[in-house]
Ligand binder design. Structure first.
Ligand code: NAD
Length: 257
């Protein structure tokens, strides 16, 4: 079950954290993986490790917030053959309330988290329509549907990812394109370590424990645990799954009381 042999997947932000785990999992499940990454050097290190295992992983240095770059790259990939799977995973964090979110902060978060996903959809969907269908998976967050303090711009951007998922799922049902999103609670990745270091210098250990404890299960998720659900949702076994948000949250949404 859950094999991706013969499938080609585009994964954004595949050099680190959740995107890296998804790239590894999909490549090991038999997919040809194209990683679209700002940090192409780091992505290439992952691609080299996977290639040594016998997998096929190609890296494209792309800023997903730049539409021309995304279109050029995705067109070059689709010109070589069918793309079956798109995973919109690249995302950035921001800590702040409305009062401490500058216009530049707001634009940066929306350009990557919202416009970046839209750019990849814009470039990929016509190809999927023309080639008989496909699967799209977006990386949302528990912040898409639950108020999280001090995450004004980030939460709004992830709310948009959730509703973008519903819109695409509905519009392309008849084109055999499934579209879902995963909403993780805290996952231990460089994204988390980075924003703790940046926003809580000197209190890193205390903040890490606090963030781990905010999941009722008592820890953060591992990236591999998110990748396992991503593999299921992008596999043929999930053929009945579309238009859904899948929280993977250690009880964060429903058991935090
Ligand atoms: P990460 O920082 O470890 O990895 C993100 C990757 O995206 C990096 O390799 C980065 O270079 C790449 N990236 C960033 N901006 C880009 C751009 N403009 N173009 C191309 N690539 C770009 O992050 P992560 O924790 O693995 O998070 C991945 C996704 O999961 C994000 O969308 C994030 O919002 C979401 N998420 C993370 C958590 C968490 O706790 N880690 C929880 C819920 C949702």
């Amino acid at each position: 079950m859950f094999k991706l042999n013969g499938k080609t997947a585009i994964i954004t932000g595949g050099a680190s954290g959740i995107g890296l785990a998804i790239s590894e999992t999909f490549a090991r499940a038999g997919a040809t993986v194209h990683i679209l990454e700002l940090n192409a050097e780091l992505a290439q290190m992952a691609a080299d490790r996977l290639t040594a295992e016998g997998a096929t992983v190609l890296v494209h240095g792309v800023d997903v917030s730049k539409q021309a770059q995304v279109i050029e790259t995705i067109n070059s990939i689709t010109s070589q053959g069918r793309v079956h799977i798109l995973v919109n995973n690249a995302g950035i964090a921001h800590v702040g309330t409305v009062e401490t979110t500058t216009e530049a902060d707001f634009d940066r978060v929306f350009n990557v988290n919202v416009k970046g996903a839209y750019n990849c959809l814009y470039a990929t969907i016509p190809h999927m329509k023309a080639s008989g269908g496909g699967v799209i998976l977006n990386m949302a967050s528990v912040a898409s549907s639950v108020g999280i303090s001090d995450r004004f711009a980030y939460s709004m951007s992830k709310g948009a990812v959730l509703t973008m998922t519903l819109s695409v799922a509905k519009d392309y049902l008849k084109h055999n394109i499934r579209c879902n999103c995963i909403s993780p609670a805290r996952v231990h990745t460089p994204f988390v370590d980075g924003f703790i270091a940046k926003n809580y210098p000197g209190q890193e250990e205390e903040m890490f424990s606090k963030l781990a404890a905010s999941q009722p299960i008592g820890r953060m998720a591992k990236p591999e645990e998110i990748a396992a659900l991503a593999l299921y949702l992008c596999s043929d076994e999930a053929g009945f799954a579309t238009g859904c948000d899948y929280p993977l949250d250690g009880g964060f949404i429903r058991l935090n009381n």
